[in-house]
Design a protein around this ligand. Structure first.
Ligand SMILES: [Zn+2]
Length: 333
């Protein structure tokens, strides 16, 4: 389909979440050995050649704090991963760091790939707003307040018995993130924490990698009321490609089924709140079962699917990256 190809090339494409840094640094991740980010691999889901094949302008790179570093060595681990991300950017003319929306437009114009840095798990700030400000100075522009566990900011989604939301420290973290110009990411929050954050938030907030719970019952997917509340604040949801979030039945997972989530989120929150948050390299495909796509190089198929569903070119561009760019411009500058 020629229209899809042209549109995909023209568009600014932003993926709101991946765990790739863990797969190319240190000892590797999820049983895989570390890979070369600059060589086209046949394992993993993201490397530079495949980002370019997929047409990605900006990849949000998350520093995910693995359980065994929590809580006492969380800041150290976040700093190690951020150091590895900076090292990648500094070692290639084809990469650049994005700390503002304009940097992403500059990357598009220069045919480079931008990284926007985020932290997945507020343990990284170790209870100190000074550390939060330090991470901002290192270029971090988004942070998930929790991973699945409870921490000193809020309850994560895995905290089933607790019904509590943000702590007092959590509220001060949100206020400081908003003052600095950092995006608050709700993707791993418990429902109670989500609503507590929604009450406190004065700026748009994001769900970097979550789908619609109405279509797949995963606890990390958002209910219709959550989608509505987030959209009302001007926030953005990145749809996640991990099979368990796409359909309760692994046999039903497909690109079309992922696009059903885009349709649904659009129908509840409007076209301005839905975008991409693949979670590439953060999940393992179910052996022998279908996937949304094998890796980031297949992203052009999503543009074709949305066009075939009757999305206008303007709408497709919003989903591919326009909505992320808008909320970045508004919150981080
Ligand atoms: Zn995650």
């Amino acid at each position: 389909m020629e229209d899809a190809e042209r549109l995909h090339k023209e568009a600014i494409i932003i993926d709101g979440h991946c765990d790739t840094i863990l797969t190319v640094t240190g000892r590797g991740f999820m049983g895989q050995r570390p890979r070369d980010f600059f060589a086209r691999g046949d394992t993993g889901m993201i490397d530079l050649p495949r980002l370019k094949e997929g047409g990605v302008t900006c990849q949000v790179m998350a520093a995910y704090i693995e359980d065994h570093y929590k809580p006492a060595r969380s800041a150290r681990r976040a700093l190690e991963l951020l150091d590895a991300l900076h090292a990648l950017v500094e070692s290639s003319e084809e990469l650049m760091l994005a700390t503002r929306a304009a940097d992403i437009e500059a990357a598009k114009a220069a045919d480079k790939v931008a990284f926007l840095l985020s932290i997945e798990g507020g343990e990284a700030v170790e209870g100190s707003l000074a550390l939060l400000r330090g991470f901002y100075k290192l270029g971090v522009r988004a942070m998930g307040l929790t991973w699945n566990q409870r921490n000193d900011i809020a309850d994560g989604v895995g905290e089933r018995s607790g019904g509590s939301g943000l702590t007092d420290f959590g509220v001060s973290v949100v206020k400081e993130m908003e003052r600095l110009g950092m995006l608050v990411d709700v993707s791993h929050l418990s429902d109670a924490s989500f609503w507590s954050l929604d009450k406190v938030a004065e700026r748009p907030y994001i769900a970097s990698h979550s789908n619609a719970r109405a279509l797949a019952s995963h606890r990390r997917n958002l209910t219709d009321q959550q989608i509505e509340a987030l959209a009302k604040k001007g926030g953005v949801i990145g749809v996640v490609f991990a099979p368990g979030f796409v359909d309760d039945n692994p046999d039903n997972v497909s690109l079309a089924r992922l696009c059903d989530h885009i349709d649904h989120i659009k129908s509840i929150g409007g076209i301005d709140c839905v975008a991409l948050g693949s979670d590439f390299d953060g999940y393992t495909p179910v052996p022998g079962k279908p996937v949304v796509m094998k890796d980031v190089s297949e992203l052009p198929a999503l543009t074709a699917e949305l066009l075939s569903r009757g999305y206008t070119e303007e709408e497709v561009k919003k989903v591919l990256g326009g909505n992320w760019l808008r909320v970045y411009r508004e919150v981080i500058g």
